[in-house]
Ligand binder design. Sequence first.
Ligand SMILES: [Cu+2]
Length: 393
Amino acid sequence: MPFDRRGFFGRFFASAAVAPAAAAASALPVAVQTLDVPKLPYKLIDGVKEFTLVAEVIRTSIAPGRIIDAWGFNGSIPGPMIEANEGDRIRIIVENQLPEMTGVHWHGLEIPMELDGSVGLGMDPIKPGGKYVFEFTLRQNGTFFYHSHFPMQEMMGLIGMFVIHPAKAHTPVVDRDYAIILQEWDLKPNNPVPNSLAMEFNWLTLNGKAGPDTTPIVVKQGERVRIRLVNMGMDHHPIHLHGNHFFNTGTEAGRRPESTWYAENTIIVGVAQARDIEFVASNLGDWMLHCHLPHHMMNQMVPMVGPDMHHPAHSKVPGYPQDMWIVDDEIYNDKPENYGLRKGWSGAMMGMMTMVRVVTPAMYDKIEALRKTPPPITLPKGEAHKHNHEGVK
Ligand SMILES: [Cu+2]
C-alpha cells in the first residue's frame, strides 16, 4: 500500500527485502495504516492541501456494548489521521461543533506562534459554531499529533495522529508502517459520558478500541515494521511486544540517529510523547502488543477480588483467583485479522492490547482475501420478513 505520491518505481521498490541496497536508499515512504481509525481526506487547491477538521460530540463503541458519548473529530475518536509530506503547504480548517470553546494545537510542529493553537497566547478560543483557518508549510518529518489545548477536552478524546513523511524513506526501509493512539477513560456504570476529572481509569483503548476489539497488525515473516505510538492521557504506558525485540527509532521530535538505538521489548510512552518502534518480524506467531500496567490489562478494571460465588470455576479457593477470565472469541472471530487464532484467544486480550501477527505468506494471503470479501448481511430479528417483501434477501 504505497503512499499517494509514490509512482511506479516506488511500488517496484516497496519491499526492502527484495530491493537492492542502492534502490532501497532512494525508496519513497510507505503509507501509514491507522487500524480502526480513518485518514483525513484533503482537497488540492492551488498547490495547497486543504483539510477540514470538525470537533464534535460523538457516540461510538470502544468494545461490544460499551458505548461512549465522548468528543472527537469528523465522527471518529481518536480523530482521523492527517498524513502529509515534508515541504507540503497545508491548510486546516478547524470547525467547532462542540458545546464550548476549543482550540487545536499541532503538537511538535515548529510553525508561527499564532498558528500553534495555544489558546490565549497565540489566538483566541474558537467559539461554538465558529472556525479557524490554520495554514503553514511542513518543515519537519516524523510522528506528530494534534489535540485540543484544553486539558479536560483532551480527556474527552480530542486528539488525532499527524504523520509527516520525509522526501526519501529513512533507512533501513520499512515494509509496513502503523500508527496507534493510546487513550484512557473513566466510565461510570450506566453513564456513557467519560469522567474527565478522573485519576484512575477503567477502560483503555488503542485507536479507540479496547482489546479484544482492537484490530491486529498482520505482517509477513521477515518484514520490517514500524509502529508509531502516541499517548494522550493521565498515565505513562509501558508498551510491551512479545516475541520480537524492537528499537526506538523516533520521538515526537523526529528521527533518532541510529547510533542511539538499542534493543528492547518494552518502551514507556509518556503522556504527550510519540515513540516510533521498528523491528524485523522474524518470529512467527500471534504476539501481544500491550500496556504492561496491571490495571491496564483488563476491561472495566474488574479483577475479581474475593470469591465469585456466581461462577463455579472462581469459587473453589476462598479469595482466589483474583483475575477474571472471559473467553468470547465468537464475538470477534468474523474480523478477518482474527482468522485462525487459537480457541480461547480473547480471554488474554483485554484492555490496552492488540496483536502483531507474524504469519506465513499463505496465511497472509488468506487474511487479505477475507478482507476483500464483504461480511454476510445479518438482519435483526423481525427485519427479515419486512425486507423480503421489498425483494431484499
Ligand atoms: Cu497503561
